[in-house]
Design a protein around this ligand. Sequence first.
Ligand code: DLL
Length: 439
Amino acid sequence: MILHVIETADSRTMAELQLERLKETLNHAYRNVPFYQKKFDQLMITPDKIASLQDIQHLPFTTKKDLRDHYPFGLFAVPRNEIVRLHASSGTSGKPTVVAYTQKDIDMWSDIVARSIAIGGGETGELLHNAYGYGLFTGGLGLHYGSERLGMMTVPVSGGNTERQIQLIEDFKPTVICGTPSYILAVAEKMEHLGKNPAETSLRYGIFGAEPWSEEMRITLENKWNIKACDIYGLSEVIGPGVAMECHEAQDGLHIAEDHFYTEIIDPATLQVLPEGEEGELVFTSLTKEALPIIRYRTGDIASIKKQLCACGRTTIKMSRVKGRVDDMLIIRGVNVFPSEIEHHLLSIPELSPHYQLLLSKENNLDCLEVVVEINQTVFNSQDEYENRENFNSLSRKVEHILKTGCYISVRAAVVAPGTIPRSEGKAVRLIDKRKVAQ
Ligand code: DLL
């Protein structure tokens, strides 16, 4: 196991480092990004007024809209000839958000992803199969550079072409696999379909993220592949993957690379900072980035943070698994629910598979939710039993019941045959909002 020195620093050492780096970042942003200078001036704050980490609460937030409003290069803090890489996230509406890296940023990013892979169980000299998409998305190249930095033999497979993924896993014998949990599940199912057993490959660790996934999904992936599956978190605006990583020893929360990112949890309604342990919106401030310093970036992701010594020996602050996005929260007849909570209940029924979609529509001016989920063929004793229409119907009623008692929502459920729900090679599309089309 590789433990980076900074990951075991005491709270005081970490806080001193963070404050020093915060001051540098604020000066850099104030001097070089007119957007930040204007915002600070409006609030009559100058970077030298920030004397403690708590003072960060006086600083303005940055949002995705701010990045879009300055599309493409308006928030960059260095001359164009110092930028060596651009990435972009597609976003559901309007322009993408563009992010930039200097060579120093790429080096820092590679370091934190190397640390993340090690936190997840990867070791120098092993082989890593990288099924995150390569391109403008930060997943592929982010994991790639980190894997090389750790000294792993790195296979840049990217997403898609599932049969080739399987062949390369069989032939190259990787020990670590990376990809979105939904896609890596689809690869396992393809193997099963071909009469192969994913549990018999050389793989030992999975580094999965870029989309919300539940504890039940972890168990499914771990059992199917016979691996340990850990959660990696990140977002383009902050750097990409590697902002936080779950350790394979404890599998209980993600270690934030807090020497590079200062973390706050805020109430998304009041924007007030919440005490440690409370759930709210994650907000990050970069502490070492050159090309795109980002101050109090509102991620839209819901989680909580806690500082405690972990079983793995690290002292870095940990965040909980992301429950969902502020804007993904569904309000069904007044009851708030996140798709991940629905997933948690669906996967507690063994006859169902982790492939599902949530269809949101409007009927008589009320929001209605239909839950479509695939049946898990493997748990039936015979083909006849599986094909029995009654089983599909009674399972649908079971889903309605479990969501009523577990999430307090009334839904219409439809249990469908395997393969009905489209598979994604990257982030799974779980929620289809038909209300917007209907309006
Ligand atoms: O998804 C970066 C990434 C790549 C992370 C590979 C992990 C692995 P974006 O495309 O900018 O960047 O999307 C960022 O994805 O705000 C979350 O809503 C979601 N997300 C990322 N990781 C997780 C995770 C990459 N582990 C957005 N759990 C974020 C839940 C995640 N949601």
